[in-house]
Ligand binder design. Structure first.
Ligand code: ARG
Length: 290
C-alpha cells in the first residue's frame, strides 16, 4: 500500500513538473520605443561609432556658448543636451561641429553630417535636403526692436515700411517672414542671430525677425532689446534634420526624442538651458565668437 501511495505521489509530482514545463516561458518585454535603447546594430553613421552633428550656436537657449568655471566657452543649450541624449540612446559618441546656420543646411545637403540640430523649423522645401524628425519643441516667431521704439510697431502692418531696415538670419525662415511681412523694407540678411541683435542695439537695424524663445532669452541679457510682435508662421515647432535616406537613424532619433519628451528629460534640458542662458556667466558673449 505504502508503495502504491509513493508511486501515486511520484506520478503526481511528475505530472506537476510536466504541467509547469508546459507553461509558456515569460515573454521578454517588447523593445518599446519608450524604454529600451535603440537596436544599435541597425544604425549606420558617416563615421562608425560617432554621431556627427552640425549646429549654429548663436541661438540661446537652443545652442550657445556658456562659460564654464575656468571661464572657457563651452557649447550649451537644450538642443546640445538633446544631441547628447540621442547619441547615448544610439550608443554613439557625440561630435558636435559648430558653424553658421546656413552652413548647417549646406552640410546636410552635401550629406557630410549625420544630423543638423540648429533649431530647424520644418519648412517643407527643406525636405529635399534632409529628413525631419518629430517636433521636439514648439516656440513661435517674433519681431524685435530697440526699447523706446515699441510704439512704431503696433501691428504687423507697421512692419511693411520702406523706411525700415530689418534683419533676418541668412538661410532661415525668418528671411521668408521678412519677405512676407516687410516686403517694402530693406531686408538685411546676416549670418548670425547675435549679429542681428548687436545691430539692433547699435541702432543700425530698426528691428529683426527672431524665434520667440531666442528673442526673449537675449532680451534678458540685453534689456534694451524689446520683443514687440508675434509673427505667424505655418511650419511650427523645431525638428532635427537627419541625413536624407538614413532610415534607421531617423527611427532611432524619433525614438530618443519621444523618450526625452515623455521621461521629463526635455523639460529639464529646457529649464537648465534657460537658467544658464539668463545667468551672469552668459553676459557679454554677444561680442565673442559665436
Ligand atoms: N527656426 C529657424 C529656421 O529653421 C531659425 C533657426 C536658426 N537657428 C540657429 N541655430 N541660428 O530657419
Amino acid at each position: 500500500m505504502k508503495k502504491l501511495i509513493a508511486l501515486l505521489l511520484a506520478l503526481v509530482m511528475v505530472f506537476a513538473m510536466c504541467a509547469c514545463g508546459n507553461t509558456e516561458p515569460e515573454k521578454e518585454p517588447e523593445n518599446e520605443a519608450n524604454n529600451e535603447p535603440a537596436n544599435t546594430d541597425e544604425i549606420t553613421t558617416l563615421v562608425p561609432g560617432t554621431l556627427t552633428v552640425a549646429t549654429s550656436p548663436d541661438f540661446a537657449p537652443y545652442e550657445f556658448y556658456a562659460l564654464d568655471e575656468e571661464g572657457n566657452a563651452v557649447l550649451a543649450g537644450f538642443e546640445v543636451a538633446l544631441a547628447q541624449y540621442i547619441a547615448d540612446y544610439c550608443g554613439l559618441e557625440l561630435e558636435i561641429i559648430p558653424m553658421d546656420f546656413d552652413g548647417t543646411l549646406a552640410e546636410l545637403q552635401k550629406g557630410s553630417v549625420d544630423l543638423g540640430m540648429a533649431g530647424y523649423s520644418p519648412k517643407p522645401e527643406r525636405e529635399e535636403i534632409m529628413d525631419f524628425s518629430d517636433v521636439f519643441y514648439t516656440g513661435g516667431q517674433s519681431f524685435v526692436c530697440l526699447k523706446g521704439n515699441e510704439d512704431k510697431f503696433k501691428s504687423l502692418d507697421d512692419l511693411n515700411n520702406a523706411d525700415l531696415s530689418v534683419g533676418a538670419q541668412t538661410g532661415s525662415i525668418q528671411v521668408d517672414l521678412a519677405n512676407e511681412f516687410s516686403a517694402d523694407a530693406d531686408i538685411v540678411e546676416l549670418v548670425k542671430v547675435t549679429d542681428i541683435i548687436a545691430e539692433i542695439l547699435d541702432g543700425k537695424l530698426d528691428g529683426g525677425y527672431i524665434e520667440t524663445a531666442v528673442a526673449k532669452t537675449y532680451a534678458v541679457n540685453y534689456p534694451d532689446l524689446c520683443v514687440v510682435l508675434d509673427v505667424p508662421y505655418d511650419a511650427e515647432g523645431s525638428v532635427v534634420g537627419v541625413n536624407k535616406g538614413n532610415e534607421a537613424l531617423l527611427k532611432a532619433v524619433n525614438e530618443a526624442i519621444n523618450k526625452a519628451l515623455s521621461d521629463g528629460s526635455m523639460d529639464q534640458f529646457v529649464a537648465e538651458a534657460n537658467e544658464l542662458a539668463a545667468g551672469d556667466i552668459y553676459e557679454g558673449l554677444l561680442e565673442s565668437e559665436g
